[in-house]
Design a protein around this ligand. Structure first.
Ligand code: HXC
Length: 257
């Protein structure tokens, strides 16, 4: 498939999806998001891909939704476009997604990083929800995912002041997983992707699904969900292989079923 605003590359058993509108700091317009979501779904359906890296460039992961595309829209137009509903499809992707962030991850860019499962950032990364500075507020999960990730006080600080935070702050606040020098952020994400891609795919899928369940269920419902997924894995060949390999003191060979 050919895309205008993204570049998809496959490497061994993982894939890299690069946002590519460098002239506008990777601002997320409708076409780009259409491509991004469609590409994620293609990769999700491909058994050869076990993990996905979502990245931008050194200067920007994404500086937010495309302000020029929204500036003159009426509320009714925004409602009809319902462009942010498309983002819900990212939540349905079953393969793990690692965001490799350098430079600006602002507004929709920060929200996009937060829809990923893990975030590796360069020391130069800046995260923020600056929508308040242009007379609006986060619209693609910023008030919800950010609050769950960093708690009410920090989420209020970011959303109400529009202040940007450094990669180190984001790490301390629990928004991201690791900070590395700018030369290595993509390499580090590849190391993580390779490690995750080397595990049993069905176990990875159900484990991701179970962790995400924690965000929209009671503890009782979540524990039940987790337990059922755990039991379900005992119907997979990989569970038999993994446990036999442990007992036989050898490396497991996964079949993905
Ligand atoms: C459209 C954008 C853009 C954006 C940058 N550009 N961000 N275009 N939408 N979100 C464009 C600029 O217009 C400019 O184009 C070029 O990218 C370079 O940007 P500069 O401002 O010249 O760069 P710099 O001085 O380095 O400042 C970087 C910046 C600033 C601090 C990131 O660009 C900025 O504040 N951007 C907006 C950030 C923001 O408010 N994001 C939230 C958007 S609302 P030209 O043609 O002039 O060279 C949002 C809602 C989310 O995300 C809802 C759900 C998705």
């Amino acid at each position: 498939m050919s895309y205008t605003h993204i570049i998809v590359t496959r490497q061994d058993n993982y894939a890299i999806l690069q946002i590519n509108r460098p002239d506008v700091l990777n601002a997320l317009n409708i076409k780009l998001m259409e491509e991004l979501v469609a590409a994620l779904e293609v990769l999700d359906d491909d058994d050869a891909v076990h993990c996905i890296i979502l990245t931008g460039n050194e200067k920007a992961f994404a500086a937010g939704a495309d302000i020029k595309e929204m500036a003159d829209a009426s509320a009714m137009e925004m409602l009809k476009r319902d462009q942010f509903a498309r983002w819900d499809r990212i939540r349905k992707i079953k393969k793990p997604i690692i965001a490799a962030v350098s430079g600006f991850a602002l507004g929709g860019g920060c929200e996009l990083a937060m829809t990923c499962d893990m975030v590796i950032a360069s020391e130069t990364a800046k995260f923020g929800q600056p929508e308040i500075n242009i007379g609006v507020m986060p619209g693609a999960g910023g008030t919800q995912r950010l609050t769950r990730a960093v708690g009410k006080a920090k989420a209020m600080e970011m959303v109400l002041t529009g202040r940007l935070i450094s990669a180190d702050e984001a790490l301390r606040w629990g928004l991201i997983n690791k900070v590395v020098p700018v030369e290595y952020y993509l390499e580090e994400a590849k190391v993580w992707a390779k490690e995750i891609a080397s595990k049993a795919p069905v176990a990875i899928r159900l484990a991701k699904e179970s962790v995400l369940k924690a965000f929209d269920t009671t503890i009782e419902g979540g524990l039940e969900f987790e337990r059922k997924n755990f039991y379900l894995l005992f119907s997979s060949e990989d569970q038999k292989e993994g446990m036999k390999a442990f007992v036989g003191k050898r490396k497991p060979e996964w079949k993905g079923k």
